[in-house]
Write a protein that binds this ligand. Structure first.
Ligand code: GDP
Ligand code: GDP
Length: 437
């Protein structure tokens, strides 16, 4: 599981700004999608040596934190209890406020490694700004300017020392030919039923690998000659619920799980249609860069009218992920599972396609020949060559000039051209442009 870092502080000290900077790089995949709901409370920071979950506790409570002991702060407390380290933010421009002291007192009681981040030091004399907060007696203090990304590297370095050592070896020693899959979805959409069905049919032994921090369960599965590992599948360990409150923090778990897989199957309840919570989960999958298959479950209980309604609803609300395959299944009866696993294999194949520079460049030339980019102030943007930019998601870097002026519709056209050419289905594809002579 990913370690957790909580951002704590009074309103307006800059928590959400720092949160955005820390989680920002991948969120770019999600930011411009009108259909998707972004989760502003939880994100994954991938900018340091190893990824971790960041929680903006200000976003969590939704109310002003006058005092961490008020009832609305329960969520915040849970978040802190889950975290490996806490970043306590103060505002250098406001100076030390009484509220800062009370929050800090509370934080000290929970005994987590604590970093005091003195924010908004841009344009200030740093020594003076820090001096004011010396009275708090914090052992680790850093001046930062979140809105300028200043101090971020130092902050990440301190945190890196506090985070527990990487325990992702389970994935490393595992069967390299297996596709790692996670079933994600709201409670009660049928994740456990589906997993048990998949396992039951294949009569497989459930093996538990004890994780170091939290129980991380990985189940091997073989179907139609393909091996899979189901990661952290809720249902296997049937409701060994810890605490109801923690259920709400299951998003932390989902984020950690997504790190360990190649493909996420988002399960939704077809009878209920797609909910905002489903869309938020899709947002997390997109931000993780993982391949995505959408499974509309409980298809068995629906008449043809309801099925038509559901299909058109899904089409409408999922138009921001036109590349994701939607399958209609019944985990209970086992229908559609072959199609589901086929979609998983296809998404995996797309996500792991080895793109080659020469071929990408040829494809780019064909795309441009077929349809030239529209002129920008009388000049044509030039697209010269392309090369692969990395995996998860597959990314393509296109070099040219005036690319900043390429219309979104043209970018979309290029993406679709590459998708068709390389049969990329079920995975986000990232296209970045670089200008240079
Ligand atoms: P939150 O309520 O703690 O989440 O605070 P926000 O992130 O919403 O920030 C509150 C205000 O402070 C916003 O207007 C930010 O633009 C501003 N802000 C955040 N970080 C900095 C910074 O490093 N320097 C300056 N000058 N302003 C900042
Ligand atoms: P989870 O919380 O996502 O793991 O959901 P469960 O697997 O525990 O399922 C929640 C409820 O939905 C249970 O009562 C299941 O029997 C029911 N359920 C799960 N899959 C299906 C399905 O395909 N069809 C129908 N009709 N019910 C289902």
């Amino acid at each position: 599981m990913l370690p957790v870092v909580a951002l704590v502080g009074r309103p307006n000290v800059g928590k959400s700004t720092l949160f955005n900077v820390m989680t920002g790089s991948r969120d770019a995949l999600v930011a411009d999608l009108p259909g998707v709901t972004r989760d502003r409370h939880y994100g994954v920071c991938r900018r340091g040596e190893r990824p971790f979950v960041v929680i903006d506790t200000g976003g969590l409570s939704g109310v002003e934190i006058d005092d961490l002991s008020i009832a609305a702060a329960r969520q915040v407390r849970l978040a802190i209890a889950e975290s490996a380290a806490v970043v306590f933010m103060v505002d250098a421009r406001d100076g030390l406020m009484p509220q800062d002291r009370s929050i800090l007192d509370e934080l000290r009681r929970c005994g987590k490694p604590l970093l005091l981040a003195v924010n908004k030091t841009d344009g200030l004399d740093v020594a003076t700004a820090l001096a004011e907060f010396a009275a708090l007696g914090a052992s680790h203090v850093l001046p930062i300017a979140a809105s300028h990304s200043r101090g971020l590297d130092d902050l990440l370095q301190v945190l890196a020392e506090w985070l527990p050592p990487d325990s992702a070896d389970a994935a490393a020693v595992e069967d390299p030919d297996a596709i790692r899959v996670a079933m994600v979805g709201r409670p009660n959409v049928g994740k456990s039923t589906l997993v048990n069905r998949l396992l039951g049919e294949e009569r497989l032994v459930v093996s538990e690998t004890a994780g170091t921090t939290r129980d991380s369960i990985r189940v091997p599965l073989e179907r139609d000659g393909q091996r899979y590992v189901l990661v952290d599948t809720a249902g296997v360990r049937r409701r060994a619920r810890v605490d109801d409150g923690l259920e709400k923090l299951s998003v932390i778990k989902t984020l950690g799980t997504l790190e360990q897989v190649e493909v996420a199957v988002l399960l939704l309840d077809a009878g209920e249609g797609i909910t905002d919570q489903d869309l938020t989960l899709i947002g997390h999958v997109l931000a993780s860069g993982r391949a995505l298959v959408i499974a509309a479950n409980k298809w068995d209980g629906m008449d043809s009218y309801a099925r038509t309604q559901c299909k058109s609803g899904l089409e409408r609300r999922l138009d921001f992920v036109p590349w994701a395959q939607v399958v209609f299944i019944s985990g209970l009866h086992g229908s559609g599972l072959r199609e589901l696993m086929r979609a998983v294999r296809r998404a995996h194949a797309s996500a792991t396609t080895e793109l080659v520079a020469s071929s990408l460049t040829r494809t780019l030339e064909q795309a441009v020949t077929a349809y030239q980019p529209p002129l920008v102030r009388g000049h044509m943007p030039k697209l010269r060559f392309a090369h692969p930019g990395g995996h998860a998601p597959p990314s393509i870097i296109i070099h040219g000039s005036r690319t900043a002026h390429l219309a979104p519709a043209y970018r979309k056209y290029l993406e679709n051209f590459f998708r068709r050419r390389y049969k990329l289905v079920g995975t986000p594809v990232r296209i970045d442009f670089r200008d240079g002579e």
